[in-house]
Design a protein around this ligand. Structure first.
Ligand code: M6R
Length: 608
């Protein structure tokens, strides 16, 4: 999703800004641009496509340009196509801005600006911010007043950085419900939408509050509150940071991150095992053990991990769990009770819908827990209690190791709650914890070593234009995640279906070139799901069965059977997810797609 960088210092700002934009690339974007204080005023260079296009344009059209101050942006299109004109920065009169977020009332604001003679170049909501600031600045000549007034006009979420042509070497910024940080480093001062953009220069940053205005030069960073009074902000010192460490010899981040799954599981869980037993902060386990219901709220892959978590809490701790899609929950919450507990799961910790749901729950005075992979992120900071997954930086847009780490953490957390509640014995909890932290990573290693076979299977199935994943219970939850993984990077239409539900309509779509991937674990529903696989086989679908044991029945039904041996059937899904991550990876690669940066997707979804 969109990224912002601003720089003031003695170094070449072109280099610094492009460097910062590259550090934000992982968020996903489809155009980029910069505005600089050049010799004869603000120079804006922007282009659709990759950041390299800006480099090329700067070299071809503005060779030798030097500036010590500027702003930059990576845009993930929301309002208006991803083309050159809609790219940021947007300029109006003396003002140049970059914007993250969405301005909900931009149409009426645009009309009002047009009535005052403003001619807009782009289709974006963001350009209206530049126009408003410039109108007020032209009227008053007062930067602070024009920024404050503009904020008062805007409805929606925004982080904005702005240059004023006659305030050379200054960058101004403000935010509302959208991340923005400032950082002072030995080489200059920075503004950014994300600490990742500056983490290689510093371990501390400032976090302006909603409504604050930031003024930055090479010499200082000042903060002003909504009334215009200068204020002090204490720096956040990042002691426990996820550092980007490159591809480490792997051809893609996604492959590297899949190979990090065993370490991610171990690192995440070992902090919570003490003397062989699941161990958490007492308040946390007491709150969970006393829950009438647990709500798990998240988006995408994090939500799919949450669904596995539901099965663990219900089975071991006997606590009912509802899993909720954050974008729905925030507007259509169920009836909530005082002793309900809320777990928000997020890799980035910045997902707008998840953060908004968290705020809504907190506003009702209810107890919130964040399961987050990014230290100091918004969701981590705002929840009553945070537990970190230790997956490390995840750069590929398709989430992989974070999912395994989230599900593993929920497993050990459910055991912690169960011990507190007395629904499992210490002996059982210790045995399961051992399987999780020692045996599960080994089982994952076995899958990682089987790449050639998984690649061959992906080649067999990748010609499909459409594909179904079926399963029951937790197998279905894994089917949902596996289907999401395959569709987001291979662009094959995929659907996950509860195996027993397919025949109630959707089976009409089954035909010879629509493969069905059937996931089966444990004993309870084995024969039922095999029957469902037989139903699609009878309609000439190709069937790949991924299961925890081989049986004659499976061999007779499926075209291919892939067996995953796992230390415990409850851990099968965390383990088997790695098969599907590799399956998706090789399918996408076989089709020639950019697996790390799939089309239309963003790593950190900071708009609703
Ligand atoms: O950062 P989060 O975990 O909150 O992100 C949630 C989803 O946007 C994310 O999992 C998304 O579904 C991934 N692209 C899936 O691979």
């Amino acid at each position: 999703m969109c990224g912002i960088i601003g720089y003031c210092g003695n170094e070449d700002s072109v280099v610094r800004l492009i460097d910062g934009l590259k550090a934000l690339e992982y968020r996903g974007y489809d155009s980029a641009g910069v505005s600089l204080f050049a010799e004869d005023g603000i120079l804006t260079v922007k282009a659709s496509g990759r950041i390299a296009n800006i480099d090329t344009r700067l070299a071809d059209e503005h060779s030798g340009v030097h500036a010590e101050c500027g702003i930059g942006h990576t845009r993930w299109a929301t309002t208006g196509k991803p083309n050159d004109i809609n790219s940021h920065p947007h300029n109006s009169g003396k003002v140049s801005i970059v914007h993250n977020g969405i301005i909900e009332n931009y149409k009426e604001l645009k009309r009002a600006c047009e009535q005052q003679g403003v001619v807009f170049a782009s289709e974006t909501d963001s350009e209206v911010i530049a126009a408003l600031i410039n109108l007020k600045y032209t009227e008053t000549g007062d930067v602070m007043q024009s920024l404050r007034w503009t904020m008062a006009q805007l409805t929606g979420s925004y982080a904005v950085a702005a240059l004023f042509a006659d305030r050379e070497k200054h960058v101004f910024a403000f935010r509302h419900d959208n991340p923005l940080i400032a950082a002072a480093t030995a080489d200059g001062n920075y503004l950014a939408s994300d600490f990742a953009a500056v983490s290689k220069y510093t371990d501390r940053y400032y976090l302006p509050e909603d409504g604050d205005i930031v003024e930055m030069t090479a010499d200082y960073i000042k903060f002003f509150d909504a009334d215009g009074n200068e204020k002090q902000i204490e720096p956040v010192v990042v002691t426990d940071m996820n550092r980007a460490d490159g591809k480490q010899g792997y051809p893609h981040y996604m492959l590297k991150e899949i190979h990090e799954v065993p370490r991610a599981i171990r690192d995440t869980c070992k902090d919570h095992i003490y003397e062989n037993l699941p161990t958490f902060d007492k308040e946390l386990t007491e709150k969970l053990a006393g829950a009438g219901r647990i709500y798990i709220i998240a988006c995408g892959t994090a939500l799919n991990a949450g669904k596995l978590g539901k099965t663990y809490f219900e089975k071991y701790a006997g606590i009912p769990v509802s899993c909720e899609t954050a974008s729905e929950f925030r507007y259509f919450p169920p009836i909530l009770n005082e002793n309900d507990r809320f777990i928000f799961i997020s890799q980035s910790g910045e997902t707008a819908d998840t953060a908004a749901s968290l705020r809504m729950v907190k506003a009702r005075g209810l107890y919130t827990i964040a399961v987050v992979n990014t230290p100091n992120s918004t969701i981590a900071r705002e929840a009553d209690n945070v537990i970190y997954t230790r997956a490390g930086t995840e750069t590929a847009v398709a989430s992989t190791k974070a999912y395994n780490a989230q599900a593993s953490l929920l497993f050990i957390l459910a055991l912690g709650a169960a011990l507190e509640k007395g629904t499992v014995s210490e002996e059982t909890a210790a045995a399961l914890a051992d399987k999780l932290v020692n045996q599960l990573p080994e089982a994952v290693e076995t899958i990682l070593a089987d790449t050639e076979k998984i690649k061959a299977l992906s080649e067999k199935y990748c010609t499909a234009h459409s594909c179904f994943f079926i399963g029951r219970g937790p197998d279905f939850y894994l089917a949902e995640e596996s289907s999401l993984k395959l569709k987001e990077i291979s662009y094959i239409h995929c659907e996950a279906y509860a195996a027993g539900e397919l025949k109630h309509g959707t089976i009409a779509l089954i035909e010879p070139d629509v493969p069905v991937i059937s996931i089966i674990s444990g004993d309870k529903i084995r024969s039922k799901t095999i029957n469902n696989a037989a139903e699609v086989k009878a309609r000439e679908a190709k069937v790949l069965m991924v299961t925890d044991r081989d049986t004659d029945e499976a061999e007779h039904t499926a075209d291919d059977v892939y067996v995953i041996h796992c230390p415990d059937s409850d851990l099968f899904h965390i383990c088997a997810a790695v098969f599907f991550q590799l399956f998706a990876y090789h399918t996408a690669l076989g089709k020639g797609w950019d697996v790390d940066k799939p089309r239309n997707l963003a790593k950190s979804v900071t708009v609703e």
